[in-house]
Design a protein. Structure first.
Length: 453
């Protein structure tokens, strides 16, 4: 018993360090967690606890701060970073981790305060947390159905709530925010069906005791659950699958890629769509896959090697700079462009704090600049697929309108290639905004154009 507590205690210490990096110094949550899992030799159970505690505290931070401010004389903003993060973490355990007794969450927070040599504040931490525990059923929230309520209850920065309400209305916005907070128990992966049959891959996964479930709409996808380290699975090591959200598989699904085509993927790392295109080409044709930095292109290379694709060439290349060798070379050009990422908040819990309102405009213009250049690489009659993982109209629908006015491209219907679940939307117009509420995927935008000259 003592040993178990000690393990949890040190995990909380690691969690506190990570929270300070993420919430105070703008470090990326997934990167920090990966580094910590590589650095510390934690048991599987402690790994799970660490990830849940850090991701959960980050994800619910606005609500946790709101609650702390109701019961503390010193407001969260005025507290020392260590103290506010100890309180946030403890409150997350009190409100969202049923298996941790409230008293343990409080005691461990006090111990952490002492460990951080802030003995003089242990009474403060203890007092605030004991009051919260006593009053936790009497917290006053803003009025339901208001933007303030959505902001606090779903821990979403107010500017994003306002943007979503403008675009989708208050009810749909609440559903979107809710879906971001729904725990994703299963991982979507795309199966390498050009090299293995679906049955063979599933058998290999089952032999490793992985639970394999039907995906929502992509026939080349399944959902995985109940595995410890994905990279140790035989199916992973044999290159039988690649982690990819189903929404992002739509690019390959509607691409119209045919055997022997040349596909250019101008913003390709870590390679999700490049690998899908290589799979669709089944050893024929070629994929020219590029990204800005060596660190990024190395990721594409590693994935290609593991999946065993020979028909992918990887380039370190700036998509803003014209490359004469690629003039009118692509039958299909994939422009899966840098964006605000507001569709993947459910997976990347810190993106909502890192993205700023002014980024939307900057990214929408960057997308236009990349598209102006990329269009020259498409053969006359070839296809350009423009996609993003955001749900902000300025980056999506408004850029589609801009493309139609300014580039030699015409929208083509994607209706027939879309899975049935997504067909009732705008597919016949040539684009689709996938919301995370539609099929339990990330939010994603996809549009398809044909080059006219
Ligand atoms: C949305 S991600 C691409 C995801 C990728 N298509 C996939 O499916 O795995 C956008 C990528 O654009 C890259 N990028 C940003 N600016 C770029 C530029 N000027 N030239 C090339 N790549 C760029 C980023 O490094 C990032 O990897």
């Amino acid at each position: 018993m003592t040993q178990k507590k000690e393990a949890f205690y040190s995990v909380r210490k690691i969690a506190l360090d990570l929270l300070i990096e993420i919430m105070e110094k703008e470090a990326f949550c997934d990167k920090c967690l990966h580094q910590a899992l590589d650095t510390y030799d934690l048991e599987q159970r402690d790994k799970g606890f660490l990830m849940r505690l850090v991701e959960g505290t980050v994800e619910r931070c606005i609500e946790l701060d709101y609650v702390i401010d109701q019961f503390s004389k010193v407001k969260v903003k005025k507290m020392k970073p260590v103290i506010r993060n100890i309180l946030r973490m403890a409150c997350y355990q009190i409100f969202y981790m049923d298996q941790i007794p409230d008293s343990a969450a409080c005691n461990e927070a006090v111990k952490l305060t002492i460990k951080r040599k802030m003995h003089n504040l242990k009474g403060f931490i203890n007092g605030v947390l004991r009051t919260i525990i006593r009053q936790k059923d009497r917290i006053v929230y803003p009025k339901e159905g208001t933007k303030e309520y959505l902001h606090i209850r779903y821990s979403m920065p107010e500017w994003i709530v306002v943007l979503f309400i403008e675009q989708y209305g208050i009810n749909e916005t609440e559903q979107i925010l809710q879906s971001f907070l729904t725990e994703k128990k299963a991982l979507a992966v795309r199966l390498t069906t050009s090299r293995y049959s679906k049955e063979e891959i599933i058998q290999t996964l089952l032999q490793d005791h992985v639970t394999v479930k039907e995906a929502s709409f992509a026939k080349e996808a399944v959902l995985l659950q109940d595995y410890k380290d994905m990279t140790k699975l035989a199916a992973f090591q044999k290159g039988m699958f690649q982690v990819q959200d189903e929404s992002s598989m739509l690019v390959g699904m509607i691409s119209g890629i045919k055997k022997s085509d040349t596909v250019i993927d101008i913003c390709a790392a870590p390679g999700g769509k490049t690998l899908h295109a290589a799979d669709l080409l089944a050893g024929s044709g070629q994929v020219l896959s590029a990204d800005l930095t060596k660190e990024k292109t190395d990721l594409i290379q590693q994935n290609c090697q593991r999946l065993g694709y020979q028909n992918v060439s990887v380039f370190q290349n700036d998509a803003l700079v014209y490359k004469e060798e690629w003039k009118e070379k692509a039958d299909v050009l994939i422009a899966d462009l840098p964006c605000s990422g507001l569709g993947v908040i459910g997976k990347k819990c810190d993106i909502k704090y890192k993205t700023k309102p002014e980024d939307i405009k900057v990214l929408a213009s960057l997308q236009k600049e990349i598209l102006k250049n990329a269009v020259s690489y498409v053969k006359p009659g070839g296809r350009l697929l423009f996609s993003t993982c955001t749900i902000a109209q300025e980056e999506n629908e408004k850029n589609v309108a801009w493309i139609q006015e300014n580039l030699p491209l015409r929208l083509v219907s994607i209706e027939e290639d879309l899975p049935e679940k997504l067909q009732q939307k705008t597919g016949e117009k040539g684009y689709l905004q996938v919301l995370p509420t539609m099929a339990q995927t990330d939010g994603f935008f996809i549009s398809c154009f044909e080059k006219t000259i």
